[in-house]
Design a protein around this ligand. Sequence first.
Ligand code: ADP
Ligand code: NI
Length: 209
Amino acid sequence: MSTNNAELAERFVKEHLSGYDSGHDWWHIARVRDMAVHIHEAERKGNKTIIEFGALMHDLGDSKFKKKDDPDPGEVISEFLNGLGIDNEQITEVIRINRYISFSSREKNSKMSDEFMIVQDADRLDAIGAIGIARAFSYGGFRNNPIYIPDEILSGSSRSTTGHFHDKLLKLKDMMNTATGRKIAEDRHKILEKFLEQFFNEWYFKNTV
Ligand code: ADP
Ligand code: NI
């Protein structure tokens, strides 16, 4: 990606992210882009331009933050990338990444491209490890969710943020698409387990002197 296109894309993405919580801010996007490029280089797979644009635009129009009259993210992305002179096939793939990346829509995407798998791994890696923990509590705070509900039945859509660890975060390491992603996920997964263990030790006075 040329420096000029990179700058224009950054500006475009920053404009479209206002209103999201701090776990979905520009720095999340920048981390996902950098991790996606890292995986791309380690795996030697995928087209770098699609990966970079796909990572930069993966959260545009996220349904969690969507307002009623917001335009379709595919149209917004298409218009912007057309303006940069990106070819149609690449634009289509960037839009597919945006549309199908989220955890809940994974079933709808039967044929995954290398670019899709790499950006999805990078996004999922940012949801685990120390940063993942910080983001989960940031999002929980944004929604005013309790940090923990002792008698909560874990249903897959928990109200508490520790419940969200079980609903989603602890499952991510086994959902990685690439070998590089899987390797990075292992360490980050251990941090989640350690964190939960300590959290419950403190909550239930275990090992307390
Ligand atoms: P993705 O779009 O990557 O599939 P989400 O947008 O659902 O995933 O999640 C992005 C970030 O917000 C992650 O760090 C995730 O842990 C956090 N998050 C999403 N839902 C919740 C929730 N109910 N409680 C706490 N954190 C959440
Ligand atoms: Ni994301």
